[in-house]
Design a protein around this ligand. Structure first.
Ligand SMILES: [Zn+2]
Length: 379
């Protein structure tokens, strides 16, 4: 492969970029699948490689050959678990040239290129109002358990495994689901501003962070069992916005210093889960769709509930999450641990019908009604 070909192959990469774009506000539509990496030929794979290697200027050809050879091993499944085969986020590729970023996850985990993936960009003008999406019932969310929570740096996020199982039901869910763990996705502090790291976005707008509370159907024992059922997993997603300091997060954020490195775990005092969320009366407005886990294996059939009302943390509280690291001592800080938006494809996003009217619209309606009543009285 000559260098010139490498360059000419790099041209169409822009279309692929749109899929990962922030703030575009557009529904991913049209000939969506033409640039899905799963169907790439040799030239496109070279282009994919070149796009993923921002720091390399020398020995491009031989590095590309090595990468492609490893790719062949990856797709044969012979390099599983070996160096270069492990999945990572795009932000890790500067340090680990050979790890598989979001565009390559499907090489090892085929489900990652399926048609019902998460996260997505929610386009409010095309969501479908669904009257059956009543407020969820939260059971045990306000209870502080007696046994400790396990907090863990798993190399991709900070995850808290619960000791008790608060439950959700209603809200259009046909079964009850129990919470098993929660974890976060976040961005990175730029020179002037924080680059948001939520996974979902609404009309192209991302928030600073996103909290996921992972639930499984209450009759199932663990996530492995839950994945065997089409309705086994439900995730509640909350945006986290930079606002005032949130004192309810103090304990959790303080624990981050005990899980600085990959594999570190610590025990922490449990909290009522509700203390980490917006007030219950603010949770009536939410989006519902069926998607996937946002990390490999990208398992599909996850029932997503994305709440409109964000959790509020201060900027310095948000910044604390980026003090943990992806790996061992001196490895890269854990930043931008989010998967880019995926295509919606044939799916629909539903919107809870509760309080559809904006407060201003409600006032306007009342004024109109009053005017009508008054005018009929004086006729
Ligand atoms: Zn998540």
């Amino acid at each position: 492969m000559e260098k010139a070909s490498l360059h000419s192959a790099a041209e169409p990469v822009v279309t692929t970029d749109l899929r990962d774009g922030f703030g575009t506000g557009g529904q991913w539509s049209g000939n969506e699948n033409r640039d899905i990496p799963g169907s790439l030929g040799f030239l496109e794979r070279l282009e994919e490689w070149e796009h993923s290697q921002p720091c390399i200027s020398e020995n491009k050809e031989s590095a590309a050959r090595t990468w492609l050879k490893e790719g062949d091993e990856r797709s044969k499944g012979t390099n599983k678990g070996g160096i270069g085969a492990h999945w990572c986020y795009q932000s890790q590729k500067y340090e680990q040239l050979h790890c598989e970023g979001p565009r390559q996850w499907h090489l090892t985990y085929a489900a990652c290129k399926e048609k019902k993936q998460s996260p997505i960009n929610i386009v409010t003008k095309t969501v479908v109002h669904d009257k059956s999406l009543k407020p969820l019932n939260f059971e045990g969310y306000d209870v502080k358990g007696s046994s400790k929570w396990k907090i863990e740096n798993n190399g991709h996020t900070v995850k808290v495994t619960l000791s008790t199982s608060p439950k959700i039901g209603g809200g259009g869910l046909e079964r009850k689901y129990k919470a098993i763990e929660f974890h976060f996705h976040w961005g990175v502090q730029g020179v002037q501003q924080y680059h948001p790291g939520s996974e979902h976005s609404i009309d192209g707008e991302k928030q600073a962070m996103e909290l996921h509370i992972v639930h499984i159907r209450e009759d199932l024992s663990d996530i492995t069992e839950a994945k065997k059922n089409a309705d086994g997993v439900a995730v509640l997603a909350f945006f986290i916005k930079a606002e005032e300091e949130n004192k309810n997060y103090a304990t959790l954020i303080k624990e981050l210093e005990n899980v600085n490195y990959n594999g570190q775990t610590a025990k922490m005092d449990p909290l009522p889960l509700s203390s980490l969320l917006p007030r219950e009366e603010d949770l009536e407005r939410y989006y519902r769709y069926v998607g996937s886990l946002t990390t490999p294996d990208c398992h599909e059939g996850v029932i997503w509930t994305v709440f409109e009302k964000p959790i509020e943390l201060s900027s310095s509280q948000i910044a604390q999450f980026s003090t943990v690291r992806f790996g061992e001592k001196n490895s890269t800080y854990m930043v931008e641990n989010f998967r880019p938006a995926q295509f919606l494809n044939e799916r629909k996003v539903y919107w809870s019908s509760a309080s559809i009217l904006l407060p201003t619209a409600k006032v306007l309606m009342s004024v109109l009604a009053l005017t009508y009543i008054l005018s009929s009285l004086f006729q």
